[in-house]
Design a protein around this ligand. Structure first.
Ligand code: NAD
Ligand code: ZN
Length: 256
């Protein structure tokens, strides 16, 4: 087994050469911001049955219950969460010219809060509410929640603008993500269990197109031995801090 130092060096060398790097991130990158992931140790699914509450059928059947069990708690958690070193270091990799775009499965907005400029919210965003009848969108601050579920002036129920199980990814976001994956020369895969399709397929597209894949996760995933060129086992904040330091030495900040 190569040492973590030699793996970090390999990853840093690939970063220094990259011209079209992208990142795919998942719930794991926000764990150090205090937001639990869905799967794995401490994951939300240890407490809540996803098919009972996170499926579109559940929302349509009993919106009040899904609001009470899922949306209100998540809204509270995300309202106070701040970006951690993992988000900040990905931003730094953008400044260093390594990363162009982040495709995130997260709905927490923390990459944007960290300053990343091109973020594709593959599974939507919790920061926006959408009317289930007229599709009008609202920021949470625009709404005073006096009943559960809150309602739109058209009387339709509001819901967070996220992709639930059983729903499709926005076609234009899917197409752009697939195109970026097929054209990138480097892909970071950070904090995702790589089990939720179609996001989990993006690293496969990138690999087939010849990209170098750097995976960061405390646990191995289905990608680890087949798709990833380097797997850095550890929490995203710590690993990315070590990696970015090395990249900055090999590839100083672009001038101007
Ligand atoms: P997941 O919950 O399936 O898996 C989380 C992964 O993160 C695991 O592989 C775990 O080993 C890893 N992990 C745990 N701690 C980590 C750390 N400190 N650093 C790096 N990795 C760490 O997550 P997923 O693959 O993103 O899929 C779940 C779906 O749930 C996503 O589609 C997303 O929409 C949603 N989700 C979002 C948030 C959020 O917005 N923060 C939180 C929970 C779930
Ligand atoms: Zn409406």
């Amino acid at each position: 087994m190569p040492s973590i130092t030699s793996l970090l060096d390999q990853a840093a060398t690939a970063c220094a050469k990259a011209r079209k790097g992208i990142a795919l991130t998942g719930a794991g990158i926000s764990v150090e911001s205090g937001i639990p992931p869905f799967r794995g140790k401490g994951g939300l699914w240890e407490k809540i049955d996803p098919m009972k509450y996170a499926h579109i059928d559940a929302l349509e059947r009993d919106p009040a219950e899904v609001w009470k069990v899922l949306f209100l708690g998540i809204g509270e958690l995300l309202g106070t969460a701040a970006p951690n070193d993992g988000h900040k270091e990905l931003r730094r990799l953008e400044e260093l010219g390594v990363l162009q775009t982040i495709i995130t499965q997260n709905v927490d907005g923390l990459h944007q809060k960290a300053g990343s400029r091109d973020v594709i919210e593959f599974h939507g965003t919790h920061a926006v509410l959408r009317c289930m009848t007229c599709q009008r969108r609202y920021e949470w601050q625009e709404i005073t929640i006096t009943e559960i579920p809150p309602r739109c002036p058209c009387n339709g129920y509001l819901r967070p603008d996220v992709v639930m199980f059983g729903e499709l990814i926005d076609m234009s976001l899917l197409q752009r993500s697939q195109m970026l994956a097929s054209q990138c020369d480097l892909m970071f895969v950070v904090g995702t269990s790589a089990t939720v399709e179609p996001a989990a397929y993006l690293p496969v597209i990138a690999k087939r197109a010849g990209a170098f894949i750097i995976e960061i996760n405390p646990e191995p995933t289905p990608l680890t031995h087949h798709i990833s060129d380097v797997t850095l086992l550890g929490p995203a904040g710590e690993v990315l801090t070590q990696l970015t330091e090395r990249v900055a030495r090999l590839r100083p900040m672009p001038q101007g």
